[in-house]
Design a protein around this ligand. Structure first.
Ligand code: ADP
Ligand code: MG
Length: 454
């Protein structure tokens, strides 16, 4: 890669890559931050896969991951960027003391105390708004809370995207079980599970840790995807899991993907996770978002006009947590200033949030859509071909990239086969000119813009 991209680019983006586990036809490369991971994936992902495959034909996939404590790595990143990749993969988890020592102190608390993480009082079945996307998961959660360890519902595996209510449902189960009484419940995130486990190893109290976990009636572990790559902790979880299920106790687990899609979890664990009830929470619909907003507005006692709720439900579509955050800010403002909430005040008060939710279009998406629209090859977006049939769409794509993304002219140029920024500038003004003269062309471009923005 260094030979291809040059020293500067290599040092900036690629040097920090660390070799992770190699498993069958897949190799995992790790990067220290999510940003770097995303960048390397988008800019170099395909090329890295191709090079790996060229060197080792058995490798078909390169997976890029953010490094986390306890990850399996081949070697620490060498200062000069050399040597890391040639070492054989080794497990670094057996250094728990060092890991635990560097972890925030609240995480390495005594394993015997607070086994039951405090449940959030706001997260109950009563405050969970049910709609099409979550009704199945909700029904399963209710069922488990009413009759833990029923055949077919153990384990209960809840999965779905960020902010769609997995944690809310798990806390609801806990709250309901506690309300009914006579049952011991342990809830913790997979991350906490790992830190507890590591702390127990360090203080030589793993036996107590295991005994305590295995004594609960209902064990709930949130965000299980955290255990990917943490083989020792996975192993421990697997044994705890088996011991509990064999003893007729209920397990509830959440993750961001279905068991079969959680690649990186051991097969036998995935198999067991999937053999009870698997319920997914789908992305919210507009109707559900409105219902959630209505419920929260009503609970707050502040009047929020329907138009404002609709506006929010249209704008913030991915994550209920953010939707809620926006509404809370509006309500706080209204209370503070004693002014009614209007559409104008909403746009004003939520200016920053709304801006962040303007759909971000990538140049790749623009190139794809434009090539499809004019039926040219995607590669011609960066090729040197100058034929009008190719050059015109390419100019439109540059124009849209300028309009719809925050990339600079040189950045845009680079994405179009390393063209100069003046070429991009020329394309932008050329397309503007044409749009003024040719209404059919202008309509085409507008249509593309709308498709990309929706
Ligand atoms: P996840 O664990 O899936 O990332 P959470 O359970 O933390 O998501 O939910 C994020 C926020 O959105 C919480 O404040 C939760 O109360 C709220 N929320 C999510 N779904 C619903 C729903 N269906 N009804 C009411 N509140 C919801
Ligand atoms: Mg959660």
């Amino acid at each position: 890669m260094r030979a291809e991209v040059g020293d500067v680019e290599y040092r900036t983006w690629l040097q920090q890559i660390v070799l992770g586990p190699v498993d069958g036809d897949e190799v995992t490369l790790m990067l220290p931050t999510r940003f770097l991971r995303d960048w390397v994936r988008s800019q170099y992902g395909d090329r890295l896969s191709a090079l790996w495959n060229q060197e080792i034909p058995a490798i078909r996939r390169v997976e890029l991951q953010v490094m986390r404590p306890g990850d399996v790595v081949a070697a620490p990143p060498a200062a000069d960027g050399e040597g890391g990749a040639s070492a054989a993969p080794a497990e670094v988890t057996p250094a728990p003391a060092a890991r635990a020592a560097s972890a925030p102190s609240d995480r390495v608390s005594d394993t015997r105390s607070d086994l039951v993480a405090p449940l959030d009082q706001r997260f109950t079945f009563d405050t969970f708004v049910v709609g099409k996307p979550n009704e199945f998961a909700y029904a399963c959660a209710r069922r488990v809370a009413e009759k833990p360890s029923s055949v077919g519902f153990n384990p209960l595996f809840l999965y779905g995207g960020v902010g769609l209510g997995k944690t809310h449902l798990m806390h609801s189960i806990g709250a309901e079980l506690i309300r009914r009484g006579g049952i011991s419940v342990a809830y913790m995130s997979a991350e906490k599970f790992m830190y507890r486990f590591i702390a127990a190893i360090r203080s030589q109290s793993t036996v107590e840790f295991k005994d305590h976990l295995r004594s609960v009636d209902v064990l709930m572990i949130d965000d299980l995807q955290f255990l990917i790559g943490k083989d020792n902790t996975q192993e421990e979880f697997f044994h705890t899991f088996n011991a509990l299920v064999d003893a007729g106790r209920q397990i509830v687990v959440s993750a961001d993907k279905s068991p079969s899609d959680l690649s990186g979890l051991e097969d036998r664990l995935r198999t067991r996770l999937g053999c009870g009830m698997v319920a997914d929470i789908h992305a919210t619909t507009f109707e559900l978002r409105i219902s959630i907003l209505e419920a929260k507005a009503t609970a707050s006692g502040v009047v929020v006009p329907g138009k404002v709720l609709e506006f929010l439900a249209h704008k913030i579509t991915t994550n209920v947590r953010e939707l809620e955050g926006a509404l809370n800010r509006l309500i706080a403002h209204a209370n503070l200033f004693g002014r009614p909430i209007t559409l104008e005040s909403t746009q004003d008060v939520l200016h920053d949030i709304l801006k962040a939710h303007d759909r971000r279009v990538t140049i790749e998406e623009i190139q794809r859509k434009v090539s499809e629209h004019w039926n040219i090859r995607l590669t011609d977006m960066s090729s040197a071909r100058r034929a009008r049939a190719v050059a015109r769409p390419r100019q439109v794509a540059m124009y849209l990239a300028k309009q719809l993304t925050s990339r600079s002219l040189p950045e845009i140029g680079r994405k179009f086969g390393n063209r100069d920024h003046t070429t991009v500038m020329h394309a932008v003004s050329r397309v503007q000119e044409l749009m003024e003269r040719d209404t059919a062309f202008a309509e085409d471009v507008e249509l593309l813009r709308r498709m990309l923005e929706s």
